[in-house]
Design a protein around this ligand. Structure first.
Ligand SMILES: [Zn+2]
Length: 268
């Protein structure tokens, strides 16, 4: 694969930037629309004007699909106090404290006597000296130490690290749950920052999961766990594979659909 060119498509009032990637193996022009935007794959020697003209013939379809993705992925996150995030399907509100002297304290919360800690309610991680995250009830407290100028980037990094750690905890536990249920040995589980995939399984039997899954409701996260675990026995998507998924999780189709609908919103 060689370098990429950029072009712009105009449809009604919209201007849509897209990337063209050249390949010696391609004979036709292919268009992909997903979280990474609009990408066009084209044969190595096809003149740019011809690629652009072909893309233009699909303008309406591209514009509609693109709008659909943007709508589903919601507004870009700004990483400011009051903004909503998702954790295991629940909406939690971000609260940033930027005074380095006032870290959230471990233990007691100030939510009153009725605030019983729930299963995932009180996670605390301090991944570096002056950065901490604590989920208390519906508030996700983040302790940042940067000045406000750099705080967006810092808060984003802190949150991502926290989500990855939570993903590791929750997903390992769910894989273990299904491994026990099926009487299978516990496979190796890796948490990754996958741009397009929710999970994958390789021939060595290693399972990889996207950390963003921990934002989803547990039944939907479980679908991805079961899907990848079924690949431990059948590496393709043949009818035999889907039969195995169904055997482990009879209502997998509704969960699969939910993943499709909720998944786009998880990319910041
Ligand atoms: Zn699969």
């Amino acid at each position: 694969m060689s370098g990429s060119e950029k072009a712009t498509l105009y449809y009604q009032n919209q201007a849509i930037r897209y990337t063209i990637r050249r390949s010696t193996r391609r004979r036709t022009v292919g268009i992909t629309i997903d979280v990474q935007g609009v990408r066009v794959a084209a044969p190595k020697r096809m003149p740019l004007e011809q690629v652009v003209a072909l893309v233009n013939t699909k303008a309406r379809w591209i514009a509609e699909k693109y709008a659909d993705f943007k709508r589903r992925s919601g507004p870009r996150k700004r990483f400011v106090s009051g903004e909503e995030f998702l954790y295991l399907g629940r909406r939690v509100s971000l609260q940033i404290q930027s005074d380095p002297g006032a870290r959230p304290k471990r233990g007691r919360t100030q939510l009153g006597p009725s605030a019983q800690p729930e299963l995932f309610d009180f996670d605390f991680s301090r991944t570096r000296p002056k950065a901490a995250v604590a989920l208390k009830g519906k508030v996700l407290h983040v302790q940042a130490n940067a000045s406000s100028m750099q705080s967006t980037k810092e808060v984003r990094e802190i949150l991502e690290r926290w989500y990855r750690a939570r993903a590791e905890e929750v997903i390992v536990r769910r894989v273990q749950h299904y491994a026990d249920q099926l009487g299978w040995p516990m496979p190796k589980v890796l948490i990754r920052n996958q741009k397009k995939r929710w999970g994958s399984c390789n021939a060595k039997g290693e399972l990889r999961f996207n950390w963003r899954l921990v934002m989803l409701p547990l039944p939907v996260l479980d679908y991805v766990v079961v899907h990848e675990m079924a690949h431990l026995k059948v590496l393709n998507h043949s009818p035999r594979f889907w039969a195995l998924v169904e055997q482990i999780m009879p209502n997998y189709k509704a969960r699969h659909q939910a993943l499709h609908e909720l998944g786009m919103g998880l990319y910041w």
